[in-house]
Unconditional design. Structure first.
Lengths: 281, 281
């Protein structure tokens, strides 16, 4: 079948950087840990695990060696605990995520109640939450009840949200009320470009595939946005995850991929899909 | 007919203060000017004119004596010109309007492009415009084209706008794009209470009257909000302006009044309307 790949998709600078750092550290040192999966892609995490990277959930699990701070960052409290233990820390936090952390800290320092528009279960958001004391995470309108109507609000956004969601949530915050509102647009421009590119493509195809880890926030956002435009949108980790019945009778497929999806997964998927013959299905 | 007066209406603190100041100055001094109508109510302006207050449009028209800065304020440039002439200045600017001016000045000092949500022809907005160099006045969505999509925007609002309009415009600004957005809620809480009270009342009556000067921004906003809920809404200056045919066949009338409408205009209107008999109409 005919397969069209989105103009912008796959590895972003932050993810590429985290992987390069991990490979470099693994080549030089033994006893290397990542605090949580280094990026949200099981295939890449598996490959790095085979090269020796041990993924742990909690600081308490590490007694010695080197800890890589993953692309999503870590809370200052976690980093302090590692430092107290004398553990070697290598920071692979995405620069844009680092920026959100610093902005949250400054906003809190200036007396704002910090509001993060994002998913409170996502590690990026949890790390930002750790950078300020008075923080509210706002996932949707129902979370606004936690904000006083006369608060001085300092708002940042999880980097992988969409401009449309940011706009919608800010409009709701404005409706809810505030005395002062300071918003720093912390959306990742690369993520936004990928979203735009994916939405453009999915309008032109019979079926749309979004490749990436199921935990990957930016991949999930891509799938969510595409699904609003094209109901035939499927979020898969890789070629193995494809139910071949889905493509039966379809002529043109679109493919995009999250910022943590490596090129080889995209290439493999596209090659196999192009070669796919209905009669085999 | 039955007449119900809105719980909150008529003179606000800023207007009352401006009139008290004018009366005091007129009792003590000759040659007293107001730079523009001291408040937006022709009846009050007429009464003060009879007591000696001369209303001028431009600083250039005053050569000596005392100038009262009206409730809507004046631009720093105008005040400087008066000072240069050695003219005695008495400031009757509403404290909330003064606050908008100071905030605009601070925002500009902090490098923000100042955005005023309001009517560019209104003296309050024009005075605020004079407090910063890089200012955009945004009346509706079409004015957003003057803003760059990556600006650092410092937003204030004309005090007499409605929360709903502020919310709508902020949502549009968010859609338009920005790198940083700082919004100070400069709405007058008294004006908002009057709006809420008027809208509540106009839902319960057959016909709604909004009393106040046709130039009065807060009165016009009251009329606009009531008209959205009750098409039978009429903005009048006083009893003389009423077309009696409007009330024929109506049972209950609601009355509200702008912040610059004196009590005697409201009382006269209500008394006459209560006494009004369809047979006279």
């Amino acid at each position: 079948m005919k397969v069209v790949v989105a103009e912008k998709c796959g590895f972003c600078h932050g993810v590429r950087n985290a992987i390069t750092i991990a490979e470099k550290v693994l080549a030089q040192e033994k006893d290397v840990y990542s605090l949580g999966p280094i990026i949200h892609n099981p295939d890449v995490v598996k490959r790095l695990a085979e090269a020796g990277l041990k993924t742990v959930d909690r600081v308490e699990e590490v007694q010695s060696g080197t800890v890589i701070i993953r692309s999503h960052g870590a809370a200052p409290e976690q980093i302090a605990k590692l430092q107290d233990k004398g553990i070697h820390i290598v920071d692979a936090t995405c620069v844009l995520v680092k920026r959100v952390q610093q902005i949250a800290k400054h906003l809190a320092g200036d007396g704002y109640r910090v509001v993060i528009i994002g998913d409170e279960n996502h590690p990026e958001v949890q790390a930002v939450m750790g950078c300020a004391t008075d923080v509210a995470v706002v996932g949707d309108e129902s979370d606004l009840q936690n904000l006083a109507k006369n608060d001085r609000l300092g708002v940042v956004c999880q980097t992988t949200q969409s401009p449309e969601h940011l706009r919608k949530m800010l409009a709701s915050i404005c409706s809810h009320g505030f005395s002062e509102l300071k918003v720093i647009n912390t959306l990742c421009k690369e993520a936004v470009k990928r979203q735009e590119s994916a939405v453009r493509l999915c309008k032109q195809v019979d079926i749309m595939f979004v490749l990436g880890g199921v935990q990957s926030a930016n991949t999930r956002k891509l799938a969510e946005l595409c699904r609003e435009v094209n109901k035939q949108t499927y979020h898969l980790e890789n070629w193995k995850g494809l139910d071949k019945n889905l493509v039966l009778g379809k002529n043109v497929a679109g493919v995009t991929a999250g910022a943590s999806t490596p090129d080889w997964i995209i290439t493999e998927f596209v090659k196999n899909l192009e070669a796919f013959d209905d009669r085999e299905g």
